[in-house]
Design a protein around this ligand. Structure first.
Ligand code: ADP
Ligand code: MG
Length: 702
């Protein structure tokens, strides 16, 4: 072990200056740190692009070239000053450009010799160049059998002191010569290595630096990714298990007359397979004697409310009250209406509470709740407030959780004694499974991945400004058929004034194209008083207006089945999950619905991909996966501060399969040997002693 703890300055070839730079630039203090500083790609010295094949349409693509540096000169002045190199292979010439560190780079390069160049193509007004390429002399490895040479992350400062990819390569080669099997003990048990056909940790670490061939490289990479994900999952599952063991809850053992009566006689449709499965999962939790903490994910329209209601009926059958909370007044009222309609005639007492319930009505409701004269209560976050006391709250459901903070939810816990109520969080913002497993690794997740039968897919179209007249014509036709239309504008805080101006201009122009008295228009945005907002919303809900012009405030949950057209303005400014959420406002009735994505003519690659994804699929999980791929895991809502997502190698947007396997195996290990006492799990036990400390504090996620 001590070899790995040796200070980096003791490595041959590392003097005090280099040591200092390795520390400050790369966080490398010891031999071990350098060993774990993995390459981020490899130069395959056998594969090169030819310059003549590079053409328009390859903007943003990575290429590797082999050729000779012909000319190298500084051009421009001041801020436009840059170093331009002409790089030639047998088939053509391309420009290499440096804006930063140009002086140093000019000194370090030599014209007339062969280089390997790697970089991203940039198409600037039809002229293609490679800005800031990686470049290194070709001779360097010419007489070695190496075909995959490691390339390490570098910085301008490192490059300036001979610690570019090549310099770092020298160091790792020296280091690997000193490292023996004993320096790198195995942390995975033999039976897992055997089952997965993984190389030893020692071999994997050697191979990830200097793979002999692509097969060894992928075996090493898979093994190292697996171990990262495996120990994380093991730890998260352990935390969850500990918490579950500790958190006693009410045991709802009875399936009684309310649940059965509703299921056998009142339910207006056949439950989907997914709904049935989730209800079973919940039923198991509720009967277990431990507190349930479950996240229910399901696309808009997948029927989460029914699952919520059936769970509430289970609480009632066991003599407990149940609460359902929504983030807005309108949503809460919609839930109230649909639930009272569902349970009509069953003698179930349902109450409603929101900020708008005041005075005598409010007092009465609070009294009933406390006395147990109400079975269900539906409302807004007003339910979380101090004066709200339950006789015996057994189950609390929150809808559309991303509007509620984690903190607010924890207030629920105090509303019941001696145990906290069971908690079910319903959300229509799907997060990709890979992320859910990690982010909510210590929470239980149910997924409704099936829509009720007979739904018509929403047709999604992309239109440019030039197509606006036809879009308006289409809107007129739909309104003639008696349908309603949403038109949504972006509004972000940073440019709020400008956005509001846009919205108002949009309103004026639409009012001209859709004049009274034939057309009535509602307008809703976040700057309005809540009462005015509700008033306008209600006019639309009741069908008094045909067009609703709004900002994304309507994103959450409103249900107007008669609305069949969703027009989104400046679509390029919305994120994927938000677009999908907005689209979910239509397609809620029996009629064919449409989502029209309006954009300007110039679109970035990312915007194009978002729009293509929207046009290609209606499936929330596919959208979420695309979002993850496009934005990377760090940018998905709610994950920003989570240390769980910083991996050395693993990438949640690509390594879903490895994660799934790692999680399954972690599950099995914990099931039959929770404290790693069996001899075969000894490597895990030893490593967890160290690892558990490293991930301390993650248990608060979710
Ligand atoms: P979510 O809250 O998941 O967006 P809802 O619970 O509002 O979805 O359900 C959407 C619509 O689908 C509602 O009108 C509901 O009555 C209906 N619905 C729910 N489950 C089924 C089912 N199994 N079969 C047919 N219709 C269903
Ligand atoms: Mg809903």
């Amino acid at each position: 072990m001590s070899t790995l703890k040796t200070k980096i300055e003791f490595l041959k070839g590392v003097g005090p200056t280099k040591a200092e730079l390795l520390k400050t630039e790369l966080g490398i203090f010891t031999f071990g740190d350098l060993l774990m500083h993995f390459p981020f790609r490899y130069v395959d010295k056998t594969k090169f692009h030819q310059i003549r094949d590079i053409g328009p349409g390859m903007d943003g693509e990575n290429v590797q070239l082999k050729g000779v540096l012909r000319r190298l000169e500084m051009v421009g002045s001041g801020r436009g000053k840059r170093l331009v190199g002409r790089f030639r292979d047998e088939t053509g010439v391309i420009e290499l450009v440096w804006f930063k560190g140009a002086n140093w780079i000019q000194k370090s390069l030599q014209t007339g010799i062969e280089y390997i160049v790697f970089g991203r193509l940039n198409d600037f007004r039809g002229k293609i160049s490679i800005p800031h390429p990686e470049i290194e002399p070709f001779v360097e490895t010419a007489n070695k059998p190496l075909t995959l040479a490691p390339v390490y992350h570098s910085t301008d400062k490192l490059n300036g002191k001979g610690l570019d990819a090549k310099g770092q390569r020298k160091l790792t080669a020296i280091l690997l010569n000193k490292i023996t099997q004993e320096d790198i003990p195995e942390i995975l048990p033999d039976y897992i290595l055997g089952k997965m056909k993984f190389p030893s940790r020692y071999q994997a670490i050697r191979d990830i630096h200097y793979p002999k061939n692509p097969i060894d490289l992928s075996a090493a990479t898979n093994r190292l990714k697996f171990e990262e994900l495996f120990f994380l999952q093991l730890r998260l599952l352990q935390i969850r298990k500990n918490r579950k063991d500790a958190l006693k809850g009410y045991a709802f053992q009875k399936i009684g007359e309310n649940f059965l009566g509703f299921y056998n006689e009142k339910i207006p449709f056949e439950l989907t397979g997914a709904q049935k499965r989730v209800i079973k999962e919940i039923r198991k939790d509720l009967g277990s004697g431990r507190q349930m903490n479950r996240l229910l994910q399901g696309d808009v329209g997948s029927g989460k409310t029914m699952v919520g209601l059936m769970s509430m009926l289970m609480a009632l059958d066991n003599g407990f009250q149940a609460a359902l909370m929504a983030p807005t007044e309108i949503l809460a009222q919609q839930h109230y209406q649909s639930i009272t309609a569902y349970v009509k005639g069953m003698g179930i007492r349902v109450g409603f509470l929101s900020g708008s319930i005041k005075g005598k009505k409010r007092k009465e409701l609070l009294k009933f709740l406390a006395a147990g004269d109400l079975d269900f209560v539906i409302g807004t976050h007003a339910l979380l407030e101090e004066p709200v006391i339950f006789k015996n709250l057994g189950l609390a459901i929150t809808d559309e959780q991303h509007r509620f903070g984690v903190k607010q939810r924890s207030r629920l816990w105090k509303k019941s004694l001696p145990y906290p109520p069971h908690i079910l969080v319903m959300t229509a913002t799907p997060i990709p499974r890979t992320l859910a497993m990690t982010l909510y690794g210590d929470l239980d997740v149910s997924v409704i991945d099936e829509l009720p039968p007979g739904r018509k897919e929403i047709k999604t179209l992309h239109k440019y400004e030039s197509g606006r007249l036809r879009v308006f014509g289409f809107i007129r036709d739909e309104i003639k058929k008696g349908r309603q239309v949403y038109i949504v504008y972006p509004l972000i805080e940073e440019s709020e004034t400008l956005d509001l101006q846009n919205l108002e201009e949009g309103y004026e122009s639409i009012s001209r194209d859709f004049p009274k008295p034939d057309y009535q228009i509602s307008i809703v945005h976040g700057r309005m008083k809540p009462a005015d907002k509700d008033f306008e919303m209600q006019r639309f809900v009741k069908g008094e207006t045909q067009i609703m012009i709004a900002t994304t405030v309507i994103e959450v949950g409103v249900n107007v089945p008669n609305a069949t057209v969703m027009v989104i303005e400046n679509t390029e400014r919305f994120g994927l999950s938000q677009l999908h959420q907005l689209r979910g406002r239509v397609g809620r009735g029996g009629e064919q619905s449409y989502c029209i994505l309006m954009t300007g003519n110039k679109l970035s690659n990312d915007s194009k991909q978002r729009i293509q994804t929207m046009c290609a699929t209606n499936n929330g999980f596919e959208i979420a996966d695309a979002d993850l791929r496009l934005r990377g895991p760090g940018n998905i809502e709610g994950t920003q501060q989570s240390g769980t997502l910083n991996f050395r190698l693993a990438d949640l947007s690509k390594d879903g399969k490895i994660l799934q396997t790692a999680r399954e195996i972690a599950h099995r290990v914990l099931d039959d040997d929770p404290n790693f006492k069996l001899p075969r799990n000894e490597p895990i036990r030893r490593y967890m002693l160290y690892y558990a400390k490293k991930v301390k504090g993650w248990s608060r996620i979710g």
